[in-house]
Design a protein around this ligand. Structure first.
Ligand SMILES: O=C(O)CCC(=O)C1=CC=C[C@@H](O)[C@@H]1C(=O)O
Ligand SMILES: [Mg+2]
Length: 370
């Protein structure tokens, strides 16, 4: 597939709300939109999803910039690409830095789908015409605000509620929420805030009928999660611990989890995300698509990935207006009754709003790669 030029658009956007997790609060996002161009006027887009601080993984916006400019883009120069799957191999010589890799790989996948005149969902082997989605709500100091927030999102039709928890802000809150919403699909995400010594405490979650508890233990652990899963009935879902197909394989073999959250950036791109999906499908492990508070391009990639058949649980891909006063795509992502209709235009299926892109841009770097 022809590839002529790669442009890095560095954007700064402010979320409508501060998002609080066990590791910190995020409101301002600086990230890259990666544009891959051929010589026929096709443009593919990807998004680098890391944050400015290395809280969730070790990557940051600054490391993404360094690795893309100094290592990944030079690897593309003069190298023929037959299929976007080749990019994973090309980038394998660079260790880690999965979010930097995924941003570029995503742009090349979108370009590939556009060159073929098909949707990114179809190019990936997706089959769904619409996808079910849930919403992830940050830690809130006031329980009444949280209950009102849940109610508001349920009224909008979201299919499940994810609540962020941390020690001291967990069991009682979840109990209160369960009392108010006895039948709502609810899950909790701890972002690695507990250790195996908290097993007895985490066991108390068993009475709450949670869909799952996400990443209770260390970000780089699979062994202790396997021990914990034997102690508790609530299904464990792994997020931070899964960076690759092999991580997923090890977790499944060890019994570290019963569900996997697939994030394209965390696993290094769509090709690896698809491999993990296929493995999980084979092993009867349901998956769902996690979110990184993305702008429209990353959101569109999540939608395309979620059309694969083993994405059987609602993901975190809420509508654009939950996050942004103005998104960078046209139309914006809309959620109706908890579902998103998968776009039918080629590639990611949404147009880039060039004016919006420019208004958020704080840097722009162009590279010839043919
Ligand atoms: O709405 C979204 O995009 C999902 C937000 C969300 O839950 C997360 C975003 C970023 C880092 C984490 O705290 C987290 C997660 O762990 O899944
Ligand atoms: Mg998580």
């Amino acid at each position: 597939m022809p590839l002529q030029k790669v442009t890095l658009h560095k954007l700064k956007m402010r979320l409508k709300f501060p998002f609080r997790t066990s590791f910190g609060t995020i409101q301002d996002k600086e990230f890259f939109i990666i544009e891959a161009m051929d010589d026929k006027g096709n443009n593919g887009f990807g998004e680098s999803v890391s944050f400015s601080s290395p809280w969730y993984t070790e990557e940051t916006t600054a490391t993404n910039e360094h690795v893309m400019k100094d290592f990944l883009i030079p690897l593309l120069k003069g190298r023929p690409i037959n299929h976007p799957d080749d990019i994973t191999e090309t980038f394998r010589v660079i260790r880690g830095n999965n979010m930097a890799k995924a941003g570029i790989e995503g742009a090349i996948w979108d370009l590939y789908a556009k060159q073929r005149g098909e949707t990114l969902a179809t190019a990936l082997g997706g089959i769904k015409k619409e996808i079910d989605v849930g919403v992830s709500l940050g830690i809130q100091p006031d329980i009444n605000d949280l209950l009102a927030d849940i109610d508001n999102h349920l009224k909008q039709g979201y299919k499940r509620i994810k609540l962020k928890i941390k020690p001291g802000q967990d069991l009682e809150i979840l109990q209160e929420v369960r009392q108010h919403f006895p039948d709502t699909p609810i899950m909790a995400d701890a972002n690695s805030a507990y250790s195996l010594q908290d097993s007895d405490h985490l066991k108390k979650f068993d009475g709450l009928n949670l869909m799952m508890v996400e990443q209770p233990l260390a970000h780089d652990d699979r062994l202790d999660h396997a021990k914990l899963q034997k102690e508790i009935q609530t299904p464990i879902c792994l997020d931070e611990s899964i960076h690759s197909y092999d991580d997923a394989r090890h977790a499944i073999e060890l019994g570290s989890c019963k569900i996997i959250n697939v994030k394209i950036g965390r696993v290094g791109g769509l090709t690896e995300a698809k491999r993990i999906h296929n493995l999980c499908q084979e092993k009867d492990v349901p998956v769902w698509c996690g979110g990184m508070l993305e702008a429209g391009v990353g959101r569109a990639h999540n939608i395309a990935l979620t059309t694969l058949p083993n994405f059987t649980l609602p993901g975190d891909t809420a509508g654009s207006s939950r996050y942004w006063e103005k998104d960078i795509i046209k139309p914006e992502v809309e959620v109706q009754d908890g579902t998103i209709t998968v776009p039918t235009n080629s590639g990611i299926g949404y147009e880039i709003d060039r004016e919006a892109l420019k208004s958020f841009r704080v840097g722009c770097y162009e590279y010839e790669v043919f």
